[in-house]
Design a protein around this ligand. Sequence first.
Ligand SMILES: Nc1ncnc2c1ncn2[C@@H]1O[C@H](COP(=O)(O)OP(=O)(O)OP(=O)(O)O)[C@@H](O)[C@H]1O
Ligand SMILES: [Mg+2]
Length: 256
Amino acid sequence: MTDVILETKNLTKEFKGFTAVSKVNLQIQRGHIHALIGPNGAGKTTCFNLLTKFLVPSSGQILFNGRDITMAPPAQIARSGIIRSFQISAVFPHLSVMENVRIGLQRSLGTSFHFWKSGSSLSQLNDRAMALLEEVDLASFADTITVDLPYGRKRALEIATTLAMEPELMLLDEPTQGMGHEDVDRVTALIKKVSAGRTILMVEHNMAVISGICDRISVLQRGALLAEGTYEQVSKNPQVMEAYMGTTATELQGAH
Ligand SMILES: Nc1ncnc2c1ncn2[C@@H]1O[C@H](COP(=O)(O)OP(=O)(O)OP(=O)(O)O)[C@@H](O)[C@H]1O
Ligand SMILES: [Mg+2]
C-alpha cells in the first residue's frame, strides 16, 4: 500500500478550445519531493493553478488525502494544507525580513484577531518567526530590509513565509529560476531540509536539482503526461529524450 497525498484523475483545462492540461493523472506520495517537468508551454504552471484552484478545471478530479477537492474554493484548499510558495512580489520589499515572516504567520492565523491583543501571544509570534528564519538560515538577516536581500535569500524568505502557513503539501514553481550556482545549491539544500515531514511538488528546469533531491518525476508534454518515474527511469526514457531534443537531452544524461 502506498500513501498518496495528492491524486489527479483525468485533470483537464481548456482555454477556448485549446487544451493546456489534458487528462493528467498524477499521484504524489506523501513525504516525497516530486518534480513536474516538461518543455515550455507543457502545462506545468496551469497544473499548479488547477491544484490551488486559481483556475477551475474543465473536467477531471483532484483528491487530497483521499477527499475530492475539485470543487473547493482556493481559501479552503489553502486551509486544508496545500500552499503554493508566494512569488517574490508578494513579499513586502520595504519591510524587514522578520516583519515579512510575522505577516505570514498572522495571515495563517486569519481572523483570530483577539489573539493579537495580548502581549504574551505577540512574543510567541516573534519566537515562531525567529524559528522559521532559523529554519531557512536567515536569522542573521532578520533586520535586513527585504529589498536589500541577495536574490537567493529572497527565495529562502518566500519559503519561510510559505512554511508560516504550515503546508502539508508545498507547491514550488521554479524555485531556482534565475539563480547563480551558489544560490541554486543553497536553495536546493533548503528545499531538501524543509521537505522533512512534508510533501513537495515542484516545477523545475534544472536537471541537477531534480536528480539531486527529487524522489519522482512526472513529465508533461503539450498538456499530457508523457512519463512518470524516478530520475533514472525518466532520463533514460526515449520519448522524454525526444521531447527535450536538442536543448536538454544532454543535460538529462549529464546531470550526474
Ligand atoms: N489563461 C490562458 N489562456 C489561454 N492560454 C493559456 C492560458 N494560460 C496558459 N495558456 C497556454 O497553455 C499552455 C500551457 O501554459 P503553462 O504556462 O501552463 O506552461 P508551462 O509548462 O508552465 O510553461 P513554462 O515552462 O514556459 O513556464 C501554453 O500554451 C499557454 O500559452
Ligand atoms: Mg510555467
